[in-house]
Design a protein around this ligand. Sequence first.
Ligand code: GRG
Length: 301
Amino acid sequence: MRMGHTVNFQDELTRKTTEADQILRNYLPDSEGFPRTLAEAMSYSLTAGGKRLRMLLLAESYRAAGGREKVYEPFMAGIEMIHTHSLIHDDLPALDNDDYRRGRLTTHKVYGEALGILAGDALLNYAYEVMLEGFSLTAYPDRAAAALSVIARKTGIRGMLGGQSFDVENDGKPLDAASLDYIYRNKTSALIEAPLMAGAVLAGADSRTEQLLEQAGTYIGLAFQIRDDILDVTSDSKTLGKPVYSDEKNHKVTYVTLYGTGKAAEKVHDLTGRAVEYLRSAFGQESFLEELVQSMAVRNK
Ligand code: GRG
């Protein structure tokens, strides 16, 4: 809807999140032909909820770029499977060793460490099987191939995995601002840039639009991660659905430990404003998308 504000943003958000949940369920594997326990472990965390932010960004970007086919649906499911894989692995004993996520015991706590590793791997792999199904839902397979390439690149060694790897390597060590920036841009922003860019690419957007969305995604991701750092020291585990003071437990340098919560909150506000400007340059005014991004700056979970 193109007007000053989405009529009721919260209602729209609830409706779109419910739709995203349904799309995700449509693309869960049926448990034929592979071990039932693996099927259960894959869907356990995936169906536990979560904000579905990356799915919504992909759908909104596709729509705003003029896309009208159903091809975005398997890509929405795929990006959420990759995101959930990263959370399952992030919670493993070798990484953050956390017991709760999305308000439930973590996957490895319920199914054991080996199944936690395998369910994460399975979701990452299955995400690509699902996205490849998108090729039969579009008259533009070249666009689907380009979107797949964006997602593979942004979640890989020069994106999310690179950032996470540098983060883990530097656990407990002092970090300067530039290193922290590298970690946040890759570990978190890359998986926000990916759905914004892939959605637009699927709809046939030009490379200028893609670049504007990449920049918007970088800022949204940085703001998102700094808000995460703030919530880690100001919220409670019931609201978050995951433990608080996780960064302190893991001896992590964060934006909050470097600059304090006040400065961090200012930074979130500033980055969000910049992100919205880039979104406007890409799409003109898209009320729901802008309000979604603004709501992430003040999110409580
Ligand atoms: C392959 C061993 C191995 C690990 C990969 C890449 C990776 C592990 C982890 C990165 C995961 C991570 C915690 C990134 C930080 C971004 C972040 C704050 C994620 C939480 O996302 P939300 O708040 O979660 O959107 P919900 O539950 O709402 O979907």
